[in-house]
Design a protein around this ligand. Sequence first.
Ligand SMILES: C[S@@+](CC[C@H](N)C(=O)[O-])C[C@H]1O[C@@H](n2cnc3c(N)ncnc32)[C@H](O)[C@@H]1O
Length: 406
Amino acid sequence: MKLTIERLGHLGDGIAAGPVFVPMTLPGEVVEGDVVDGKMPTPRILTPSTDRVKPICSHYKSCGGCSLMHASDDFVANWKQDVVKTALEGQGLEAEFRPIQTSPPGSRRRAGLAGKRTKNGAMIGFHTRGTGTIIEVPNCQLLDPALKKVIPGLTELTVAGASRKGEISFLVTQSLGGVDVVAKGGKPLDEAARVEFAQIANRHELARLTWDDNIVCEINAPIQMFGNARVNPPGGTFLQATSEGEKALVSAVLEIVSGSKRVLDLFSGCGTFSLPVAKIAEVHAVEGDAEMVAALDQGWRFATGLKHVTTEARDLFRRPLLPDEFKGFDAVVIDPPRAGAEAQIAEVAVSGVKAIAMVSCNPVSFARDAVVLKNAGYEIDWVQVVDQFRWSPHVEIVAKFSKRRA
Ligand SMILES: C[S@@+](CC[C@H](N)C(=O)[O-])C[C@H]1O[C@@H](n2cnc3c(N)ncnc32)[C@H](O)[C@@H]1O
């Protein structure tokens, strides 16, 4: 069957009339192949798009880690901006967009890898596109080289710690102390395993190894710098995906809250925004995870030159801050998980706070929350898309909202 690709779906697949989903294709391309259950899994490209480029990774065809490497950087940048614009338009909103900021290749400092035992040892990699099998990715163009360096250590951990048929999922994060590794789904941790895993971690110079929820060893503190504060986050907790992406987001947030004396940071994590903002303003940071809150507080206590930072562990879905609690704050930073901040944004909207920095990784919940602010008298001054998930369909957004004068 011959089809013409009309647009890309939210996972980056080409979509032709039907709809038929066609992976690794671009709008305008004419493709041919068998269609099964609304998919053309192995298309032949009859008319390539002028935006098509040769993927720079030798694993791209089968690896499920990237899905847009066959498109030019300009195409991806425009497509990601358009995804956010379309989500806003869906809510009847328009905004000025700043130029997208894209992280360079080889900059992902945090990634999920899978490990599985084989006849001769173990393999570590990403899952292949559309199947559950693992593909090794020695030439991966996405990962920071520091993460690739620990693959031999993860291989040894898989040989020692995976059940014969099961997989281990590793979350690896680069830190000042080396790579912080969290392993899930392996054998239960008994005393002998703890000793063996700690020896492997030591040999491969991991900063810390966590096995399910147990810290096996902390050889070097896995410190993250937020502004000039040193934070030791709990294993596996949230961190922006690249340091370039984090810098772009922090600089946008600092611009939005500049001139404020007191700032509320909602869904603060371990202090990505709170601690840099504390250079210029007092901060109250609220986050659901008590261990992250404790890490933020500790980071602030040992830093110098920062204004006062207070913290609160609180479930902002169930117990959002109420309008009274915004009194005395000039600005709010809000960076919820993918689901957005429905309950909290309703209270922010009526708080009267002058400036809001909304950070989001989901255009749909971002637009839904944005319209609540707009209806309560806030203008969207600008939107900045940050692409720290290069070659994937994901986007990160930061936007400035200002209270309209009555
Ligand atoms: C997208 S992350 C942002 C974290 C931080 N702003 C950063 O940039 O590192 C969202 C944060 O919301 C927290 N979170 C998730 N559900 C929550 C809830 N119901 N109440 C409060 N915090 C929550 C997560 O623990 C996570 O730290």
